[in-house]
Design a binder for this molecule. Sequence first.
Ligand code: AMP
Length: 311
Amino acid sequence: MSLVVTGTIGIDDIVTPSGHAEKVLGGSCMYFSAAASFYGPVRLVAVVGDDFPDAFRQTLHRFPGIDAAGLETRKGGKTFRWGGKYHDNMDSRDTLFTELGVVAEAPPAVPAAYADSRFVFLANSHPAVQLGFLEQLPKRALAVADTMDLWINTAKDHLLVLLRKVDGLVLNYDEAEQLTSRRNTVAAGRHLLDMGPRFVVIKKGEHGCLLVHRDGVCALPAFPTENVVDPTGCGDTFAGGLMGAIAHHKPSASQPADPDPGSFASVRRALVHGTVIASFTIEAFSLDRLTQLARRDIDQRYDQYAAMVRV
Ligand code: AMP
């Protein structure tokens, strides 16, 4: 079923305890689409400036599932740029700079052919842009949003309106605390449900994630990995695996079709895919690991994960 995403496509500078990478491909929408494309087609809506390197465009086209008809290149505009530096534990980071460039201008146009999209993901971007995008997709069956500290600090009013319109929210534990003033993750999740969505996924880095749904609560560990190079994009690829698995779920005897894609069981099942694909992203800078990945690698790690969590 049709999945569409909007968010940033940008150029990142990253410093981690393992090394650094300058002027590499990044952006919330880029990571999300790359991950989701392993599950089926994904429609992308984003804007870059005419300084966006051709080599990055070619990387984007290495993911055959990405439909890039909604990628706008704005003449004379500057591509979104972000710099981040990770702390020794790799779980927390400081933003060194954010240059919004074209992201601060008019949002990209949504191709008419995307209007029938059923599954919508609002990757990190200004909440007003997320809201405007959502309004153009009247056929949606499930809409999920991501957000982060910058938007909680600078656009909280828009964010609160957005929360009343989406089915789900994905965010980091410190952002959940910032938004709700609740330190306990379950309490923060419940507070966020009061703000509108049916479910909230709170990410806790190497400690996994917590799903707080109107119909239940569940915790999932991260896939344990020693090869931690660059966590950038883990949150976005986590969301890409989650939404890709929901939108393109193939019913089987053990996992029958669910008429409600936002049900507790459906979201919980799909979170395993998000967890697994994020564990690949962290193994290299930028999208380097994802460009080398095949679906069979994901399936193999999924089986390892399933065996690990079975009790
Ligand atoms: P993640 O590590 O999953 O939070 O995603 C990091 C990616 O998000 C990087 O590639 C950045 O280019 C992009 N990014 C960083 N800050 C923002 C922001 N405020 N809005 C949208 N995208 C962002």
